[in-house]
Write a protein that binds this ligand. Structure first.
Ligand SMILES: Nc1nc2c(ncn2[C@@H]2O[C@H](COP(=O)(O)OP(=O)(O)OP(=O)(O)O)[C@@H](O)[C@H]2O)c(=O)[nH]1
Ligand SMILES: [Mg+2]
Length: 224
């Protein structure tokens, strides 16, 4: 289900509730951000072009036996100020979309990824580069090799799909699922590091108490 013109609650994506993964769709106008999102959630293709203002799709699903709540933010490609810093801070994962029939949109995604990094002050983001409209091969302006090269440069996964082709439904579902798996992996690593840090802090505190004599050890009690 989507709602338009929503006001995003701007929190750092990393504090997402358990089981919730926030994904933002970014890219130029008309590249197919909405078509891909709707294809994944409803399995339908929207043929007509209706420029998006801003919509959040909330979608409950099961990925790898995990009950997952995806919040997919479909952004506006059009408008004078389509980019908002809030998108970069809100999201856990990023889908950068361009159209293989539009070279300008290909150059723009690299720019957009840099903006995300600047806002988050980090180059390690969970991202996917999507080349859409690969049913329109006669109008192709960007080759698959160029897409793969850019994905390497950006440190993202890459896939080429078509939102309009029913046979691509599985590939489109996989790209969202794989992104969620990357998110889960990075969350687990982060939590593992936090556990390690807090248990070593507790250990240090205990040692300091013993040294400062606040908690006399059993051995020293029995020997006195
Ligand atoms: N042939 C073809 N057309 C597509 C594909 N994906 C989207 N379209 C069409 O391209 C137009 C734009 O698609 P949208 O999904 O609305 O594009 P958008 O990126 O959401 O655009 P904004 O909301 O303005 O940023 C629509 O007419 C879609 O039907 C595709 O894979 N193949
Ligand atoms: Mg749209």
């Amino acid at each position: 289900m989507a709602y338009n013109g929503s006001r995003l609650k701007l929190s750092n994506g990393s504090d997402a509730k358990d089981g919730t993964c926030k994904i933002v769709m970014l890219g130029c106008p008309g590249v197919g951000k909405t078509a891909l999102t709707v294809r994944y959630i409803t399995k339908r293709f929207i043929g007509e072009y209706c420029p998006t203002l801003e919509s959040v799709y909330k979608y409950q699903t099961v990925i790898d036996e995990d009950d997952v709540r995806l919040e997919i933010l479909d952004t506006a490609g059009q408008g004078r100020y389509p980019w908002k810093d809030g998108y970069a801070l809100w999201a856990d994962c990023f889908i950068f979309v361009y159209s293989i029939t539009d070279r300008f949109s290909f150059h723009e995604v690299a720019q957009i990824k840099r903006q995300v990094e600047n806002v988050r002050k980090s180059s390690s983001i969970i991202g996917l580069l999507v080349a859409n409209k690969n049913d329109l091969l006669h109008d192709r302006q960007v080759s698959e090799a160029e897409g793969e090269e850019l994905a390497d440069e950006l440190g993202c996964r890459y896939c080429e799909v078509s939102a309009s082709e029913g046979c691509m439904m599985e590939s489109i579902a996989s790209m969202f699922q794989d992104l969620y798996k990357d998110f889960r992996k990075s969350k687990q690593q982060r939590e593992g590091r936090q556990r390690k840090t807090s248990s070593s802090a507790r250990f240090k505190q205990a040692i300091q108490k013993v040294i400062s004599g606040k908690t006399p050890s059993k051995r020293s009690n029995s020997s006195s």
